[in-house]
Design a protein around this ligand. Structure first.
Ligand SMILES: NC(=O)c1ccc[n+]([C@@H]2O[C@H](COP(=O)([O-])OP(=O)(O)OC[C@H]3O[C@@H](n4cnc5c(N)ncnc54)[C@H](O)[C@@H]3O)[C@@H](O)[C@H]2O)c1
Length: 338
């Protein structure tokens, strides 16, 4: 039985605590939060679980296997480092850390200490993303020309980070996962309307090998609620709309092709209109699947799908996008991650 603690039981951490409490073969031993009221509110949801406001209590418990960190991003580096050094396996929420150099250090510590390190890139555990990944890898979509994603809402405005760091880790992780590539450069433009220096809306463009490109639009100041990913391939196109109830995935059997047998320019490119297919994908709760994956990795000493290196790739893109934002949209190159 894996013994787990959840540190930070605020807006998101309480969902993680609920899942670890409910999953069989897992014991939620502690919840930890600096805010005593948060701990009091959780008591009824996770009865029998010990509560503490001291992170050190988790580190000192020799029977505790793993620590799940769902505190604000600025605290991730120090808490992860302390947990790994204390010999605990670690799951840390997105964004992994604020600087690539911190990510590299944590990856090294995890390797030296032979600890599991997983980053909460939730959408990689979404069954629809899994299905799209199979289509990309089997070349069903052909060459991926471009991808765009909108994650906008009139929603929770954060004071500790901008919309880029708050939302884009999800989109970046999915795009890198699907393309299996790191971008060569990033541009980002955004604007702060509600709080000085904290962008409410950001438009990010990632370039891959001078060929594929991806565009991400994120905002917490928008009249629409949209979470939609579109992928345009040379053979087929795909739309993943996460706000749809059951019809989240649409496959458009459409493309534009060059022909060899043509007389005029109009005949040179043929547009093909095929069927639109809505496959049934069983959508189990991605968060439950993500928690289960972490526990499986802890038990079987396996490398998580969203391991530290995956976290590093995403942080490098975020860092570059932040720099581009500060340089008014100038392209910022990204060195490959090995
Ligand atoms: N995967 C997702 O879809 C998703 C969704 C929302 C938030 N998140 C991530 O989860 C993390 C937390 O976000 P949130 O919205 O729950 O924030 P929050 O502010 O609601 O909660 C954070 C909690 O951490 C506690 N805390 C701060 N420092 C601590 C410390 N040193 N030890 C113990 N507790 C401490 C705070 O008291 C607070 O209760 C962030 O990294 C955020 O990006 C992920």
């Amino acid at each position: 039985m894996v013994q787990v603690a959840v540190a930070g039981v605020g807006g998101w951490g309480k969902n993680l605590a609920r899942n670890y409490f409910q999953i069989p073969d897992c014991s939620l031993k502690f919840i930890c939060d600096l805010d005593q009221r948060k701990l009091d509110q959780m008591r009824g949801l996770v009865p029998g679980t010990r509560t503490t406001s001291r992170f050190e209590d988790l580190l000192k418990d020799p029977d505790l296997d793993a620590i799940v960190i769902a505190t604000p991003a600025s605290t991730h580096y120090a808490l992860c480092k302390a947990a790994l050094r204390a010999g605990k396996d670690v799951y840390v929420e997105k964004p992994f850390v604020l600087f690539a150099i911190q990510a590299q250090e944590l990856i090294k510590i995890a390797e030296d200490e032979r600890r599991i390190l997983m980053v909460g890139h939730l959408l990689l555990y979404h069954p629809v993303v899994g299905r799209i990944k199979q289509m990309v890898d089997s070349n069903e979509l052909g060459d991926i020309y471009y991808v765009y994603n909108q994650r906008v809402n009139l929603g929770t405005v954060r004071g500790d980070e901008n919309a880029l760091w708050s939302f884009a880790p999800h989109d970046i992780s999915v795009i890198l996962h699907l393309l299996g590539l790191d971008p060569t450069d990033v541009t980002a433009r955004g604007q702060s309307y509600l709080q000085p220096g904290i962008e409410d809306v950001v438009f990010v463009t990632l370039n891959f090998n001078q060929r594929s490109m991806a565009h991400i639009h994120i905002s917490w100041l928008d009249p629409h609620k949209i979470r939609k990913l579109t992928i345009v391939g040379s053979k087929k196109m795909v739309v993943f709309d996460d706000l749809e109830g059951t019809e989240k995935l649409r496959i458009y059997d459409k493309s534009a092709e060059h022909t060899t047998d043509y007389n005029t320019f109009a005949e040179y490119i043929t547009i093909r209109f095929g069927d639109i297919i809505i496959p049934h994908v069983k959508v189990d709760e991605p968060l439950r699947l993500e928690c289960q994956h972490f526990l499986d990795c802890v038990r079987e000493r396996r490398r998580p799908l969203s391991d530290g290196r995956d976290g590093l790739r995403v942080v490098k893109v975020l860092e570059a996008a932040q720099r581009s934002l500060e340089k008014n949209g100038a392209p910022v190159p990204i060195a490959p991650t090995f």
